[in-house]
Ligand binder design. Structure first.
Ligand code: G4P
Length: 575
């Protein structure tokens, strides 16, 4: 994403506020000025309703960066497409964490990209692919109201798509599918739809249909209005120019002249088949995440991007309601509220500032406002916003439900923390703990540094950089860390050394799965001593001292299931 990040002028915004804590008793007396913001005006409701907050999910190389860039281009947030190459070059240059650290400010900027299009205010959440894939990627999806799933037409559903899709599915958010790279040879569109159902278990309804897929892409037929959009392969300017469009009905003889046989004939029979056997468009099912609308196109040439954007904006939900321990909070409910879903260390290692990303769930955020930090039961002031990365970002005076704001964090926030208007009192549902896939035993090289080691591990796990487990019974120094992406190990080593002065000994472990054993039909863990496990499985305790079993294989999980009647092994743990 580097080039996109670098190319972004002030129209792509990230809101950063600096906060200071105030005395804990103060929150009991809400400032009358703040109380004034509690009444929802029409303009506030309009602001919230015109927001669309979504993430683009894909397997690396499917074209997410290209698509993001094109969406920003349509929104006028960047003026020149085609910086993907520069980004790739930058990516190669940043293959080690030292370099990534230098780039950190850039990645902070792009954690959320906001732009306007056709009266809508759009927030795209960055879900890093590749090397930077981490638990953060999953957590970010908890802040989105919808997802655009990008597939490479030649590859179909790939491994990382499955993982990200599963998280979206669990949340029940609408998922829009864009099948990319149709300008190249691709799988048959019918096979791709079949794959969506067989691999992901989701029914689909094609919004448009490709004409010519064997490397001879002609265009797409838009089912909604029977319009044909013709692809112009002679344009090789990375999508800077508009695509040629003609209006024609599927059986229109004009279209026969333009497409020629067999494309014309194939299109007509495909459409007939789709109309007869395909799933009809059903907005309710789409919004429930039961049906995915499918768009075919080519992001690099802009082809089909605007069609996706327009339809997405029409169908995708405005900011959605969220569950709390006191019931549901609607975005248009009175009073500000939000939760922290991501914490990112600041780029300046001399100051241990971190940026906490907050999804606003209700009401409006104003620069300098006071809010209640629910976990600490303390009032904090989101004081003078501070611009800490200069030219790439602009500070906004206010933000609304659906928006993401970045807060400077001197160490007071944890993933999942709730901030509310001082007059309110509730906590948002916990962000799940996602299952790590790589594990390592860690200890300080120098045993004299144990205190700093523990402090660093604790803070980094609170920040969500790694998951931390203790191994009971083998002494206090035995810690195991779990990560979703191996880059997180490098980040841990680098940050422990640079921020805590601790050199790490890391011994990679052969485990691939973490499961929380639970008594069936209950949220209670069993007595770990009574578990029957394979000899290679290991029991550790998570941050909340709840037992977790580390398994080497799926087979070992099945074995444990068969030997422990009345138990289940949870993959995702809700705190
Ligand atoms: P990612 O963020 O999902 O990892 O993917 P990215 O956008 O970086 O795209 C991966 C590669 O796919 C890039 O090629 C990009 O140009 C290409 N690509 C993206 N969309 C399309 C498309 O619609 N059609 C075709 N034919 N290619 C597409 P690359 O060779 O890795 O880089 P570059 O040399 O093109 O910069």
């Amino acid at each position: 994403m580097t080039a996109v990040r670098q190319a972004m002028p002030g129209t792509v915004t990230l809101i950063i506020a600096h906060f200071a804590s105030v005395h804990s008793t103060q929150f009991l007396f809400a400032d009358p000025k703040e109380m004034g913001t509690l009444g929802m005006s029409d303009s506030l409701v309009n602001e919230i309703n015109r927001r669309r907050t979504f993430a683009i999910i894909s397997h690396p190389d499917a074209g997410k960066t290209t698509m993001t860039e094109k969406l920003l281009l349509y929104g006028g947030a960047i003026h020149l497409a085609g910086s993907v190459k520069a980004r790739k070059a930058a990516r190669h240059a940043t293959s080690d964490w030292m370099e990534i650290e230098k780039q950190r400010g850039i990645s902070v900027t792009s954690s959320v990209m906001q732009f306007e299009y056709d009266g809508y205010c759009i927030n795209i959440l960055d879900t890093p692919g590749h090397q930077d894939f981490s638990e953060d990627t999953y957590r970010t999806l908890c802040a989105a109201d919808a997802a655009v799933m990008l597939l490479d037409g030649a590859k179909g559903v790939e491994a990382q798509t499955v993982k990200l899709f599963t998280v979206c599915r669990k949340r029940g958010i609408p998922i829009f599918t864009f099948i990319n790279k149709m300008d190249r040879a691709s799988k048959s569109p019918f096979d791709l739809l079949d794959e969506l159902e067989k691999v992901l278990g989701i029914r689909s309804t094609p919004m448009n249909w490709p004409i010519g897929t064997d490397g001879d892409f002609k265009g797409v037929y838009i089912r909604e209005n029977s319009q044909v959009l013709l692809f112009d392969s002679s344009v090789s300017d990375h999508g800077a120019s508009k695509v040629k469009t003609i209006e024609a009905a599927a059986g229109d003889p004009e279209l026969l002249k333009i497409l020629g046989e067999p494309y014309f004939g194939n299109l007509n029979s495909d459409i007939e088949l789709l109309d007869m056997a395909g799933d009809p468009f059903d907005e309710k099912k789409i919004l429930n995440g039961e049906l995915t609308p499918v768009f075919f196109g080519s992001a690099i040439t802009n082809f089909g991007v605007e069609v996706l954007l327009r339809r997405f904006l029409q169908i995708a939900p405005a900011p959605t309601s969220r569950n709390t321990d006191k019931g549901t909070v609607k975005p248009t409910d009175k009073g500000f509220s939000g939760f922290i879903f991501k914490i990112q260390a600041n780029m300046d290692p001399n100051h241990r500032d971190r940026v906490a990303f907050l999804r606003i769930c209700s009401g409006r955020f104003d620069k300098g406002m006071s809010v209640k930090h629910m976990r600490l039961n303390k009032k904090i002031q989101l004081a003078q916003p501070q611009q800490f990365m200069a030219q790439d970002r602009s500070i906004i005076e206010s933000a609304y439900a659906g928006d993401i704001i970045g807060l400077f964090d001197p160490g007071h926030f944890r993933i999942g923390d709730t901030l509310t208007d001082p007059s309110l009192s509730f906590r948002f549902e916990d962000i799940p703990v996602f299952p790590p896939e790589h594990f390592a035993r860690v200890m300080p090289k120098d045993s004299m540094k144990r205190k700093q080691f523990l402090k660093g591990l604790e803070q980094l796990s609170e920040e969500g950089a790694v998951q931390l487990y203790k191994q009971p019974g083998i002494g206090t120094e035995t810690y195991v860390v779990g990560v979703v992406g191996v880059l997180q190990f490098e980040v841990l080593e680098y940050r422990l050394l640079n921020e805590y002065g601790v050199e790490l000994n890391r011994q990679n472990l052969n485990y691939r799965h973490a499961r929380w054993p639970m008594l069936r039909d209950s949220a209670l863990p069993p007595d770990p001593k009574k578990l029957t496990l394979t000899s290679t499985s290991m029991i550790v305790l998570d941050r909340d001292d709840i037992p977790v079993v580390l398994f080497e294989s799926e087979w070992a999980i099945d074995w444990a299931l068969s030997r422990n009647a009345g138990l289940r092994f949870d993959e995702i743990h809700e705190r």
